[in-house]
Ligand binder design. Structure first.
Ligand code: GDP
Ligand code: MG
Length: 437
């Protein structure tokens, strides 16, 4: 999907000014790409319609960078298609929070409820308990015990009893023993049938779960969407955990779920290992589909105040960890009419505000910073590591500031360099992990 969409953009890029028919052609390509990726037909059609309407706006066609604008629109619409915001698991004000896992056989309920329990234990310091309500095969109970043991999460079971009773007893046990997050691992079947739905409805009516999370297999494409729709209509679900995202090269199921069912994807399973689970971030997913990471946003932002080529070069240098003080100086100049560096860096994937503290730039300090860099030789700007004490003194004298002030700037710059390096390796490892998409 990523490849196809980039190719549509490439055709646009080779254009300069765009006409309505250029956009129509590009949208045709994107529509094909979506359909090939197994995106629901109506979802694809509506998506193209919205993007076309927004993109053929006269203001955009006449803007200096129409292609970038179109890409931006596609990105925004993708994010909204995927659900907009990240949706978290609802936590009950009266513990325990009860999460009922539902889904067809093999979708990934058992493994992913254990993964999810471990994730929330780590992220939110919860005390999870797994309850074995899939009673039809002894192996299913055993499987839950095995994953529970691997993650050191307790499992409540009563063998092959009545799943409704087991659920009730499990929740009582949790309440008495201070577990604040209960996962009900229910039975699945190969196909949706009334008996399965009745059992799930009974459990739902009896224990009144805080959330019903439907687990669907991303590799089944549009079937996953149909399953979600059917479960939602029959049982009512609160969110979707899409498993096996690592195996879904096309990405179509993830794109359609929210639009078709109105229920958000809350988590994704990304592999067989018990750590392979992530909260679902619509914006990151959209970037992944467009194949350009948030670096594109960074470039776009920069483009507002200086030309695209230069911005692309700067972003590339940043990603390569090769930012020099000369670049830094240029940035400072441009930043006067752009957002802050902090904001720009914040657009790179996975950056947290704390990491930025060292690179924070006080607007009032900017004049000093400029003066200091101006007093440096080009050699020093490109290779700050050669700046020893006597050079620092010379620079300080040159700009009428103190050696401490020179030191401070160099430290800030170092922090920024270190961080961009971290970002690069982060972006690389993410890129590797997500190449399948
Ligand atoms: P259940 O029948 O719904 O309980 O499904 P299971 O939890 O037993 O999972 C079925 C199979 O899918 C198991 O072999 C899991 O290891 C595998 N599986 C589950 N989630 C993922 C995932 O996110 N990625 C991959 N690659 N395999 C998964
Ligand atoms: Mg199971």
């Amino acid at each position: 999907l990523t490849e196809k969409i980039s190719s549509a953009f490439k055709h646009l890029r080779s254009k300069g000014r765009l006409t309505e028919s250029d956009i129509k052609d590009a949208m045709k390509e994107i529509r094909m790409a979506l359909l090939e990726a197994d995106v629901n037909f109506k979802v694809a059609k509506d998506f193209i319609k919205t993007v076309t309407e927004k993109a053929t706006d006269a203001e955009i066609l006449e803007s200096l960078s129409p292609t970038q604008q179109v890409i931006k629109i596609v990105n925004e619409e993708l994010v909204s298609l995927l659900g907009g915001q990240t949706t978290r698991l609802t936590i009950s004000p009266n513990p325990p929070t009860i999460v009922m896992m539902a889904g067809l056989q093999g979708a990934g309920k058992t493994t992913n409820c254990a993964k999810l329990a471990a994730l929330l234990r780590k992220q939110q310091q919860r005390r999870p308990l797994l309850v074995a309500c899939d009673v039809y095969r002894p192996a299913a109970i055993e499987q839950l015990k095995v994953v529970g043991k691997q993650l050191n999460i307790p499992v409540f079971d009563e063998g092959q009893g009545d799943p409704v009773e087991i659920a009730k007893h499990g929740i009582d046990f949790a309440r008495k023993n201070g577990y604040d997050l209960v996962f009900l691992d229910t039975a699945g079947r190969l196909h949706i049938d009334e008996k399965l739905m009745d059992e799930l409805k009974n459990i739902k009516a009896t224990v009144k779960p805080t959330e019903i999370i439907l687990v669907v297999d991303a590799m089944t494409g549009q079937d996953a969407v149909t399953v979600a729709q059917t479960f939602d209509e029959a049982l009512g679900i609160d969110g979707v955990l899409m498993s096996k995202m690592d195996g879904d090269a096309r990405g179509g199921a993830a794109l359609s779920v929210k639009a078709v069912t109105g229920k958000p994807i809350k988590f994704i399973g990304t592999g067989e290992k018990l750590g392979d689970i992530e909260p679902f971030h619509p914006d990151r997913m959209a970037s992944r589909i467009l194949g350009m990471g948030d670096v594109l946003t960074l470039i776009e932002k920069a483009q507002e105040s200086f030309d695209q080529k230069q911005a692309a070069e700067t972003a590339k240098k940043m990603m390569a960890g090769k930012l020099t003080l000369t670049d830094f100086y240029d940035q400072l100049q441009k930043m006067k009419n752009m957002g802050s560096m902090e904001e720009m860096l914040g657009m790179l994937p996975g950056v947290d505000a704390k990491a930025l503290a060292g690179a924070k730039i006080d607007e009032k300090q900017m004049a000093h910073t400029e003066a200091i860099i101006q007093s440096m030789t080009p050699k020093e700007r490109d290779n700050p590591s050669i700046i020893n004490y006597s050079r620092k003194k010379r620079i300080a004298n040159g700009c009428g500031l103190s050696v401490e002030q020179v030191n401070k700037l160099l430290k800030q710059f170092e922090a920024m360099q270190k961080m961009t390096k971290q970002l690069t390796s982060m972006a690389r490892s993410k890129g590797k992990k997500r190449r399948g998409f």
